[in-house]
Structure formats: C-alpha cells, structure tokens
Design a protein around this ligand. Structure first.
Ligand code: ASP
Length: 293
C-alpha cells in the first residue's frame, strides 16, 4: 500500500573504546524495539524515544542509569528529541534524578509551548508526569577547578546514546541522551540538548543525531549544518564527511553522527577512532559495529 520502508539507526557514542559484547547485544535489542514500533505504523518520534529508553535503562552507556557523574558527584543529564514534519522539538538539560531524560524531552515538546527546560525545574516537570526516578549520588564531592581547566578535553570516552528513524508516513525524527563527558564542571551542558547542534530533523532534508566532544559540536552547530548540506543536494555520507572535516580542521573537534534522509538513505560517520552504532530496516538482523570507515 505504501512504498516507504521504515528504518531505524542508533548509536552508543563515539570515542576510542571498543564495543563490549553486552553493549552490542543491547544496541541490537534497542534497534529491534524501535523497528517493531515503526513496523506497526507508529511514528518515527515514538520509535526514537523507545529505542533510546532501552539504552538509558541498560546502565551500559553514558545515559540514563549509566550516566557519568559531574565533578561534584552529581548525575546531571541532557536529552533532546525532534520530528521533521512540523519541526517540533523538546529538550532537557542538567536534569537530575530520573531514568529517562528522553521521555522528559518528549513531554516538553508535547505538553508545553517550550523547547528546553533546565536544572531542578526540569526535574520537577518530569516528576509531575511520574517519570521513573533514580537515586541521586550518595554525597557531594569536592573538586579542584584548576585541575579541570588544565585537563579538560584530554579524554573522550564514549557512551552517549542517540537514534534517528524514518516512519511509514515519510517523517523522520532524531533524539539523543547523555550524562555528558569526562571531568565536567557542575552545570556543564554540551551539544546533546541543543537543537541544531546535537540533533536536528526536517522532512525536507533529513535527521541527524550527534555524539562526541560537545563543545566542538556546539561551535559548529553540526546537526543543522549537516542538514544544510543535504538541502544543497549532497548525499548523507558526503554531508557528514564534509561537516566532520570542518569540525576537525577548523577547531580540532571530534564527533560521530547518524544521518538519515526521508527517502531512506543513511550514513554513519565519525572522526573518532570508533563509534558504537547500528541500523535495522527489518530484513535479516540488526547490523551493529564499532567502526564505520
Ligand atoms: N556529546 C556529549 C556531550 O558533550 C558527549 C558524547 O557524545 O559522548 O555532552
């Protein structure tokens, strides 16, 4: 009846570490969950949210239960979600005490006129919708500002999660969720909850979900810039390669991305040694790897 073949892509972060067996299994399971929603006619937005929830819940990635702690010992998370039909988007930053920041982001999009809620107020908002909570850190840690300023940016492990999807109506969506990066100052927010940087989705161009060194991704507004390349007629692999090249050569940044067009073409590219990611379009089994070029 319809000729659009749904597809879902997901990632578990870009960096230098190899994917573990458990991460691989979890990513495959997450892709299966997301695809099952698409297959039964659900929206790309729902598929992206449900895929990311599996990864947040697992504790195997730097998101949700597995989020890194900031230097004061607190877990503050960021997430965003966007759909490409009406360009609706929602995000939370520095949110504490919940398991599924991606769902809080969806609620911001669907239940408020806003796009981004931050900090304790975002947590109160999430609790209003009875989102599952997780215990805060046991006690606050002391940290030295000097050591952060000296060593920040030295190491970029991976584990942020994200997804992009195309549904049977031809709508694309993108989402991402993270606990941040190594040695973060309390209150630090990266690219993940910033629309146009960590995610973007537009049915006229495509959907992008980013991972990597957030400060560099913010400064190049990577997700939207990749969409602009798609708009100029570039394919997803060329668009991703060009923008990642600019990120590396202009500001020595590092990142990985999922890119998906509304006609189902896609690319997974990274400037880091590895990126944990995969895709599934319903045939065979999900493909999951930790290196894509
Ligand atoms: N982009 C995330 C951030 O900077 C981290 C990551 O993707 O690993 O918060």
């Amino acid at each position: 009846m319809n000729s659009i073949r749904p597809i879902i892509l997901a990632h578990g972060g870009a960096g230098s570490l190899s994917m573990t067996v458990r991460q691989s299994a979890c990513l495959q399971a997450a892709l299966q969950v997301g695809y099952a929603w698409l297959d039964q006619g659900s929206s790309a937005l729902l598929a992206v949210e449900q895929t990311i929830r599996v990864l947040e819940r697992s504790g195997l990635f730097n998101a949700g239960k597995g989020s890194k702690l900031q230097l004061d010992g607190m877990r503050r998370m960021d997430a965003s979600i966007m759909e490409g039909h009406q360009l609706r988007a929602g995000a939370v930053a520095s949110i504490e005490g919940i398991v599924h920041p991606i769902t809080a982001a969806r609620f911001v999009m669907e239940r408020t006129p806003h796009v981004l809620l931050v900090g304790p107020s975002a947590g109160r908002f999430a609790r209003h919708f009875r989102l599952e909570s997780q215990r805060p850190a046991k006690k606050l840690r002391r940290y030295s500002l000097e050591s952060v300023l000296r060593r920040y940016g030295e190491s970029h492990g991976h584990g942020t999660v994200g997804a992009v999807a195309l549904d049977q109506t031809g709508t694309v969506a993108a989402g991402a969720s993270t606990g941040g990066i190594e040695r973060m100052l309390p209150g630090r927010v990266g690219d993940t909850p910033i629309i146009g940087c960590g995610v973007y989705a537009d049915n006229e161009t495509g959907a992008v979900s980013m991972t990597g060194w957030g400060e560099s991704i913010l400064r190049v507004a990577v997700a939207k810039t990749i969409c602009e390349q798609l708009e100029d007629g570039k394919g997803p692999a060329t668009a991703a390669r060009r923008v990642l090249h600019r990120l590396v050569t202009r500001i020595n940044g590092s990142a990985g991305c999922l890119v998906l067009t509304p006609d189902g073409r896609f690319a997974i590219r990274h400037s880091t040694p590895r990126m944990v990611a995969g895709w599934w379009g319903g045939k065979g089994g999900p493909i999951v790897k930790d290196r894509f070029q």
